[in-house]
Design a protein around this ligand. Structure first.
Ligand code: TYC
Length: 109
């Protein structure tokens, strides 16, 4: 046997018994909400959703139909600045087409 001292670890290796308390809160995500109106053509809404939110045709159609039937539909959630930029871009595309298409944002609970 050698005389090399064996170092005993102070704490067992591996996962700590409790989760560390995070020092910073994760920033809240914001919902982009599509509002129904009586004037914007359905196909135009679908085109805007595909262009701005990169949805498929099928996803865009379902979102448009939900807003049409219920009055509003959550399109997606993003960090606040991205949600606001996309809502503005999408609303602007409506205005450029002569339609009252409206997207808003609100923080997630
Ligand atoms: N309600 C519109 C129509 O019947 C279509 C539409 C759907 C418009 C959803 C806006 O967010 C909207 N032409």
């Amino acid at each position: 046997m050698s005389d090399t001292p064996v170092k005993t670890p102070a704490k067992p290796a591996g996962r700590p018994a409790t989760k560390p308390v995070p020092k910073t809160e994760r920033p809240r995500l914001h919902k982009v909400i599509l509002i129904n109106d009586d004037f914007t053509p359905r196909e135009f809404v679908v085109m805007v959703l595909k262009a701005v939110f990169r949805t498929t045709e099928e996803q865009a159609f379902r979102i448009m139909l939900t807003a049409h039937q219920k009055g509003v539909c959550v399109v997606a959630v993003f960090p606040r600045d991205i949600a606001e930029t996309k809502a503005t871009e999408a609303t602007d595309l409506g205005r450029e087409g002569g339609y009252p298409l409206m997207f808003t944002t609100e923080p997630e609970e």
